[in-house]
Design a protein around this ligand. Structure first.
Ligand code: BGC
Length: 445
């Protein structure tokens, strides 16, 4: 690759895919977890059930083969706490053994594992004690982390403690679509984030004590909020407030030991200061914000639909994610400058069964990361969400994020055109114009 405008990446750049345990392993045959219970109670769209999902509990290895064949060199997966500790204080060595098998299987394929300790799902016994609203969750998380480290600490260097504390707390305690299904309880969402920050800080220290070269972070979901009516003071104010309340607090806690804001409405966890080795960002969409007094509990924010000419994925995707906006990666420079750490995009993608917008999303993400590299930022890797369609939380099987299409009845996978494109990018460690033209993707800006 050498032409003008071709995008080369530094040697050793990580091209990966991100996944999570519940979404790929499903609820079938597993000890009760909050999501297994939530779907059994009928809270998932159209009553969908996860079943065995992508069948990873029995066979993740075939998908690991696919990742290797695409030329990927990293895969992010999570450890399911409910499988590992089905009853408080009782650890299941077979479950830990299965996770070790998975991590080793990745390494055998030349794929570096990145393990997430908490990706939304958790044991029901924890939820029934108040989950992360209860300060006791901190010690319990630390004990769980210790056991996971004993099982895989020698074969895994890259770690994520918590996946998206901002999504977990907002969707579970303010919007109500995730368990425990609370509405408008902003204070509870703050308590949850506070305890997660404490648990993160403890787990960060513990992982480093066991694995001196560990590379550890949490993942931060970032949404680009823009006023629906540019120049409208209410919309502009509400967009800023959403950014402040959703995007910033956890990042600020890790940067400064506390978030901005008045006492009572901020997160003060001094021991969390500087507890990350990289900034891990999950980024999907841009949302248009309209000021609405009736939405006072949700930062006065009533989401407006994307512009009519915005790219569209699966029906309903825009309601949840706004429009696809990988360009948001460029604006991360400011955050990066602030923390002075390397950046890894730990999730990016879009729900798009027909694969009409995904190739453009991938190409633009590559372009955006490259522009950050050109500006001197230390971008280390990119994980596409996700390898094969998996169980999309409260949207069940309705939203399809996979590079591979999954037939849930037969477990057959069919590569979408994006799989080809992403594989070529990973193998070339970059992207050239000819590849874009061959895949019929518009040259990114
Ligand atoms: C979550 C994933 C989820 C993806 C798409 C992220 O917020 O970490 O578990 O599937 O978004 O909704």
């Amino acid at each position: 690759m050498s032409g003008d405008g071709d995008l080369r990446f530094p040697d050793g750049f990580r091209w990966g895919v991100a996944t999570s345990a519940f979404q790929c392993e499903g609820a079938a045959g597993k000890p009760s977890s909050t999501w297994a219970r939530w779907e059994a109670l009928g809270h998932v769209r159209a009553g969908n059930r996860s079943g065995v999902a992508c069948n990873w509990w029995l066979d993740a290895e075939s998908d690991f083969d696919r990742a290797r064949d695409l030329g990927l060199n990293q895969l992010r997966l999570s450890v399911d706490w409910a499988r590992v500790e089905p009853v408080i204080g009782r650890f299941d060595d077979d479950a830990l053994g299965r996770y070790r098998e998975m991590v080793v299987a990745l390494r055998d394929r030349g794929i570096e594992p990145m393990a997430t300790l908490h990706h939304f799902d958790q044991p029901v016994w924890l939820e029934d004690m108040g989950g992360f609203e209860n300060p006791a969750a901190v010690e319990l998380f630390v004990r769980f982390t210790e056991r996971v480290l004993e099982a895989v600490g020698d074969v895994c260097r890259d770690w994520i403690t918590f996946n998206e504390p901002n999504v977990y707390s907002t969707v579970g305690y303010v919007i109500g679509d995730f368990p425990p299904g609370r509405h408008g309880d902003t204070r509870a969402a703050l308590r949850v984030q506070r305890n997660m920050a404490r648990a993160h800080a403890r787990a960060y220290a513990l992982i480093h004590a066991v694995i001196p070269r560990a590379f550890v972070s949490w993942t931060q979901h970032l949404i680009s909020f823009v006023p629906d009516r540019p120049g409208h003071r209410g919309d502009e104010w509400a967009a800023k407030l959403s950014d402040r309340m959703f995007n910033r607090p956890f990042l600020e806690v890790v940067a400064d030991g506390r978030s901005a804001g008045p006492p009572g409405l901020r997160i003060d966890v001094p021991e969390a200061k500087d507890t990350c080795d990289f900034v891990a960002v999950n980024l999907y969409g841009r949302r248009r914000v309209r000021f609405s007094v009736r939405e006072w509990r949700a930062a006065f924010n009533r989401f407006a639909p994307p512009a009519p000419d915005a790219p569209r994925g699966d029906p309903g995707a825009e309601e949840k994610f706004g429009e696809p906006y990988p360009q948001g990666i460029r604006a991360l420079g400011a955050w990066l400058g602030r923390l002075g750490k390397p950046l890894v995009i730990t999730e990016n993608g879009y729900a798009d069964a027909l694969d009409r917008v995904r190739p453009g999303v991938i190409a633009e993400a590559v372009r955006s990361m490259h522009s950050l590299l050109e500006r001197g930022f230390d971008v280390r890797g990119y994980h596409h969400w996700t390898l094969a369609d998996n169980f999309e939380w409260d949207a069940g099987w309705d939203l399809r994020f996979g590079l591979y299409e999954l037939d849930i009845a037969t477990q057959e996978r069919t590569p979408r055109r994006s799989a080809q494109l992403y594989g070529e990018i990973a193998r070339a460690n970059g992207l050239d114009r000819e590849t874009l033209v061959r895949h019929g993707v518009e040259a990114p800006s």
